[in-house]
Design a protein around this ligand. Structure first.
Ligand SMILES: OC[C@H]1O[C@H](O[C@H]2O[C@H](CO)[C@@H](O)[C@H](O)[C@H]2O)[C@H](O)[C@@H](O)[C@@H]1O
Length: 603
């Protein structure tokens, strides 16, 4: 049985990452990349599906854990009647090979420890062929190779590699596991102590660049470190989460693969990173985007692979029983072929913001945006699957239209600011037409607020972003009414549902947790409508949902009081950073891209 989702911590090398539970067990690792097959998949099944566990060998023990300050280096402290032992887990920032390093330090007394390594490649299915090497083992399964090196003897037992050893105060024992390709030369072992120093230097150096100085600095820093860890360093793509199929409802079917780069999630990530002063990542991601977009504008996808791959075919694993029995376990994501009109607004907003904060724009990049807008001009009146990627048929989603307005609005501003040749008058006309249409058809007179889709009486938490994107200001009574209607109808237990799954036909059985990102959006919206105290109270409550090492999944189950959905999820951490930044700002929130501000707000 895997641990609860909130019992996991993340370690990573900015190309992939592993989840370590509170007992010192790694239950999830996709190697070599975030979206590769997992070699530890106990998270979605049982120990049969691969894990790596280091813990005291016998007797009772408890653990506490934390990250070393300003890093992604995890320290788990075991308290045993015999003494105290510290396990230091991390992945060095990758050079040629990817490694997981586990160092065991004797803090006091003497404790007998045990290490069990069960590699199961192909998402927990394939037991590798294992041979002995000096100080460790070499495991091969098809293209995959993993080399274990250890400072203590290891042996084989029940299709696992095992070590039993004693740790006394002052002792240091290490294990390194390195990924390689089975048809190439074996990777050399790394020096665990040197790797620890280098990794610490990397993360403290990175965290030291944070420009946010507000009250929530530590929390913001940790969320940004998490986002950095989810950014694929070779290309700048950002994964929505590092897991697949952690359920949005325990035992349910809302289980999806998030190990890909959504344009929406990544543009929001970029805004969070630049808000923190991290411009290199933002620039790398813009380059990623321009490469991914290459091709015909009508073939644009809402999500891509880490390197911009387009084929993300969805299939179901028939051998993994799923997290706490939540089936199916899906690999790939069919949402890749959906139409979601909002992505144009998010992209344009992101380019606009990059220009405002970094002055980074080239006319040839703008030409690509012009082509995208030509395409949007044709399709914006059509129904789409919307931000929530419903699988119950296309609709006229209000949020999608609002973001189409954002696309034309930011394009006009960019062209005017940079004095580029562009059909600005035509764009202004479309922008105004969309604005009028949303205000007429997205607003339900009877309810007195904006609603999820034209003609509907259902609410949608995505509309909380209305003042942030500058569509209407927080002072507009229609915005206030919408925020307060969401507060009344979509906030069971004080946190925000994205919509009511029992009333909206989304192609799936009803039931899911409250959506953490939407709950943070509510913080910004409350501030925007002038209710700063309520905004702050909500924020203070939301940060208590973070687990002991500061991580959030996609959703929270209010009844079971536990995190649900993929973990850690970029969306949740992005929304946290944005809400924290908004709370610290003197004036009211006026733009998702901070500088869209007053100019973007229309009556
Ligand atoms: O619930 C249905 C959909 O759920 C996923 O989408 C959600 O996660 C995405 C990544 O964070 C986010 O961009 C989107 O707005 C969310 O609704 C899933 O990936 C979809 O396939 C699924 O239809």
């Amino acid at each position: 049985m895997p641990s609860r989702i909130e019992d996991y911590a993340l370690i990573g090398d900015c190309e992939t990452a592993a989840l370590v539970d509170k007992k010192g067990c790694i239950d999830w690792l996709c190697w070599p990349d975030f979206s590769s097959e997992a070699c530890f998949a106990a998270l979605l099944g049982s120990c049969e599906n691969g894990y790596w566990w280091i813990r005291p060998d016998d007797g009772e023990w408890t653990t506490t854990r934390c990250y070393r300050d300003h890093t992604l280096i995890l320290e788990t402290t075991f308290k045993h009647s015999g003494g105290t032992v510290r396990l230091i887990d991390f992945m060095p920032i990758r050079e040629r090979f990817s490694d997981v390093v586990r160092i065991i330090e004797g803090v006091s007394g003497r404790v007998r420890m045990r290490m069990d390594l069960a590699l199961r490649f192909d998402y927990g299915r394939t037991v590798p062929w294992v041979t002995r090497i000096a100080n460790g083992v070499r495991a091969v399964a098809g293209p995959n190779l993993a080399m274990l090196h250890a400072s203590v003897p290891v042996h084989g037992e029940d299709l696992k590699t095992v070590a039993e050893f004693e740790v006394k105060q002052g002792n240091r024992i290490w294990f390194t596991l390195t990924y390689g390709e089975s048809h190439r030369d074996d990777p050399d072992p790394i020096d665990a102590a040197q790797a620890l120093k280098d990794t610490e230097q990397f993360w403290t150096g990175w965290a030291g660049k944070l420009e946010y100085e507000g009250k929530y600095r530590n929390i913001v820093e940790h969320s940004l470190i998490t986002l950095k860890a989810m950014t694929f360093r070779p290309t700048g793509g950002v994964v929505a989460a590092m897991t697949t199929s952690l359920p949005e409802f325990i035992g349910g079917v809302r289980n999806w693969d998030y190990r890909y780069c959504w344009l929406r999630d990544t543009t929001f990530t970029l805004l969070a990173l630049t808000a923190g002063g991290y411009y290199d990542e933002a620039a790398a991601w813009q380059d990623w985007l321009l490469r991914a977009l290459a091709g015909s504008p009508d073939q644009i996808q809402i999500m891509y692979g880490l390197r911009g791959e387009r084929q993300l075919i969805e299939w179901e694993s028939d051998w993994l029983p799923g997290y706490e029995g939540s089936r199916p376990v899906r690999i790939g994501n069919a949402a890749a072929t959906q139409v979601q009109l909002d992505i144009y607004g998010e992209m344009l907003d992101c380019f606009f913001h990059a220009q405002q904060s970094m002055g980074r724009h080239a006319e040839q990049d703008f030409r690509i945006l012009v082509l995208l807008l030509e395409h949007l001009q044709q399709i914006w009146p059509d129904p789409d699957e919307g931000i929530w990627e419903t699988r119950g048929g296309r609709r006229q989603f209000t949020y999608s239209k609002m973001m189409a307005w954002v696309a034309f609005d930011r394009a006009v501003k960019l062209a005017e600011q940079l004095k580029y040749r562009a059909p600005v008058d035509k764009w202004k006309k479309i922008r105004d037409e969309i604005h009028q249409q949303v205000c007429a058809q997205g607003f339900n007179q009877k309810k007195g607020c904006f609603v999820q889709s034209y003609g509907s009486d259902q609410l949608d938490a995505a509309l909380l972003l209305m003042p942030q994107v500058g569509f209407l200001p927080g002072t507009d009574p229609r915005v206030r009414a919408t925020v307060e209607a969401i507060e009344r109808e979509l906030m069971p237990g004080g946190l925000v549902l994205r919509y009511d799954t029992s009333k909206v036909e989304d192609g799936l059985p009803p039931g899911e947790g409250v959506f953490i990102a939407c709950s943070f959006w509510m913080v910004s919206s409350l501030k925007a409508i002038g209710r700063e105290n309520d905004a702050r109270k909500l924020f203070e409550r939301l940060i208590t949902l973070r687990n002991d090492v500061g991580l959030l999944s996609e959703e929270y189950d209010l009844k079971a009081r536990r995190l649900v959905g993929n973990f850690p999820q970029a969306f949740s951490h992005i929304a946290l950073v944005v809400a924290a930044t908004d709370l610290e700002r003197g004036e009211q929130v006026t733009g998702l891209s901070r500088d869209a501000g007053a100019g973007a707000v229309r009556g």
